[in-house]
Design a protein around this ligand. Structure first.
Ligand code: NAP
Length: 288
């Protein structure tokens, strides 16, 4: 049996095993997906164990998406540009790092929201790991302008500077968020505002334009306060479950070499999420 893992800390509320194991079952693959909660300081030793065990691959989540990079043998150009790895394939002891968060977001944006970013103006809330992956992917996919807002000014400025050096499109930090969002085609919430258990919070306190598309990458709850606001304004709004499942589906394909059964993975993720919500969990930060 081939094994795949999710490595991170903490991992208590991950829905990745449900999603991947449902896909293995559907295709009759002799694979198993497991969690490996790894304490800081044990990352390097755990990677060696994965090699010794000859795992097929592993996903990486908070807090190791950047820290894993120097421990790998090869990194794809996109993951290098994003500056983070969330998927590692083991090719006979050679570890190859990928980033499927950005491409997963892009696929979901196109398929679930019907939005093609080419030539479009985008505002991104949040300059953390997810904001960076999304900004790089949107810039690669020819968005015409990207404005970044993060209350932590250093993070905001660092990301703007990083993108400015990499891409030739318009990249700015936010100066007047309400006006910028009103003039934008796409608003992405890559901040944790509105995530369980703070489900009544929204990063936006003004009326949204009906012409805007809103992508909230939060998937718990499935309908955030921001998505409710967007719907009230008559705007198109999509939640982050599609991104989560698509990054998982892309990782599945990297690990197994087979096309992912997307609908099966989506159902597996929905069931696991539902069970966790029924369990009234209190952890504010569910990882992948
Ligand atoms: P992160 O590294 O902590 O970054 C989040 C950033 O948002 C932080 O810099 C934070 O600033 C900032 N922020 C806080 N309030 C804000 C506001 N009102 N407006 C704009 N920015 C604000 O977290 P992350 O890993 O990027 O993840 C962000 C969210 O995305 C989480 O909810 C996570 O669960 C979700 N996510 C979803 C998927 C998916 O597949 N759907 C994938 C990855 C992440 P402070 O540090 O000052 O608070």
């Amino acid at each position: 049996m081939k094994k795949c893992y999710l490595i991170g800390h903490p991992l208590g509320h991950s829905i990745s095993p449900a999603m991947h194991n449902a896909a293995y079952k559907e295709l009759g693959l002799d694979f198993e997906y497991l969690l490996k909660d790894t304490a800081p300081g044990e990352l390097k030793a755990q990677i060696e164990k994965f090699k010794a065990e000859n795992v097929a691959g592993f996903n990486v989540t908070i807090p190791y998406k950047e820290k894993i990079m120097p421990l790998l043998d090869e990194i794809t150009p996109l993951a290098e540009k994003i500056g983070a790895v969330n998927t590692v394939k083991n090719e006979n002891g050679k570890l190859i790092g990928y980033n499927t968060d950005g491409p997963g977001f892009l696929e979901s944006l196109k398929d679930d929201a019907g939005f093609n970013p080419a030539g479009k103006k985008v505002v991104i809330l949040g300059a953390g790991g997810a904001g960076r992956a999304i900004a790089v992917t949107l810039a690669e996919d020819n968005a015409s302008s990207i404005i970044i807002y993060d209350p932590e000014e250093k993070k905001q400025d660092d990301l703007v500077e990083y993108l400015f050096d990499l891409f030739e499109i318009e990249i700015k930090k936010s100066a007047d968020l309400q006006r910028e969002i009103n003039e934008a085609d796409l608003l992405v919430n890559a901040s944790p505002i509105g995530m369980h258990p703070n489900v009544r919070l929204s990063p936006i306190d003004f009326r949204l334009s009906p012409n805007l598309t809103i992508y909230d990458i939060i998937y718990n709850p499935p309908e955030t306060e921001l998505i409710k606001q967007a719907k009230r304004a008559g705007a198109k709004a999509v939640s982050g479950l599609g991104m989560l499942v698509r990054q998982g589906a892309l990782a599945f394909e990297i690990f197994t070499g087979k096309p992912a059964p997307y609908q099966t993975m989506l159902s597996g993720a929905k069931i696991a999420l539902h069970l966790k919500q029924d369990g009234h969990h209190k952890d504010p930060k569910p990882n992948n």
